[in-house]
Design a protein. Structure first.
Length: 222
């Protein structure tokens, strides 16, 4: 079932890319394992077709990696959920990248946690694309300042911007949110990547320039 679902998602990703004359092979699929069973995750990682995994919480990723054993090392682990500064040290020990930096304080905590490491931590800045108070991220107006703060952190490598579109109807109504994130990237971080689009709206996100899409529900559906 996993392979079938993955093939369907890949087909839809390539089709969405083709509609805007993009190469679908250049778009990364981050497989979100948040709600997947351990057996389903084992199947996914054993297939050899998954390169990157996304998890929302440090403790959940820690547990999964312990249970997966050697399989966990076959993929890159990306933190895609909100991170508290007091968990920065555990986060850099657990994840290969943090895509949800939303404050200078968190950037500094991650930078400090990487002191003495022989690598830089890839990070993305999360921009708030919804008026919902519960959504993490900085406002578009705050973005230039945070970019400068992250760039001052010598142990971090700023790779791009991440955003979550509001859950609105019709689906086409999410397009302005993705377009906004792309425009912010073009203006403030021209060579940065865009992580946007999930199970519901990834095709629209790709049409608007997504370089990474985060999909879980449709891949692990039974």
């Amino acid at each position: 079932m996993f392979i079938d679902n993955l093939e369907k998602i890949r087909y839809r990703m390539n089709a969405a890319a083709a509609r805007t004359n993009r190469d679908g092979r250049a778009i990364s699929l981050v497989v979100v394992t948040k709600y997947a069973s351990l057996e389903a995750v084992k199947e996914a990682l054993s297939s050899g077709r998954v390169l990157e995994v996304g998890e929302n919480r440090v403790q959940d990723a820690e547990k999964k990696k312990r249970e997966l054993g050697d399989l966990a090392g076959k993929v890159r682990w990306r933190l895609i959920g909100h991170l508290q500064t007091n968990k920065a040290k555990k986060a850099v020990q657990t994840f290969d990248a943090v895509d949800s930096v939303d404050s200078a304080k968190l950037a500094a905590a991650l930078n400090g946690a990487m002191t003495g490491s022989d690598r830089k931590l890839p990070v993305m800045i999360q921009v708030k694309l919804s008026e919902r108070e519960t959504q993490s991220g900085i406002t578009p107006a705050e973005l230039p300042g945070l970019i400068e703060e992250v760039r001052r952190c010598g142990n971090l490598e700023l790779q791009g911007l991440m955003g979550i579109a509001p859950n609105v109807e019709p689906l086409e109504a999410v397009r302005p949110s993705f377009r906004l994130l792309r425009e912010l990237r073009d203006k403030h971080l021209p060579h940065g990547k865009l992580s946007m689009g999930m199970s519901r709206d990834f095709e629209v996100a790709i049409e608007e320039g997504a370089d990474l899409v985060r999909i879980g529900t449709q891949i692990f559906a039974t």
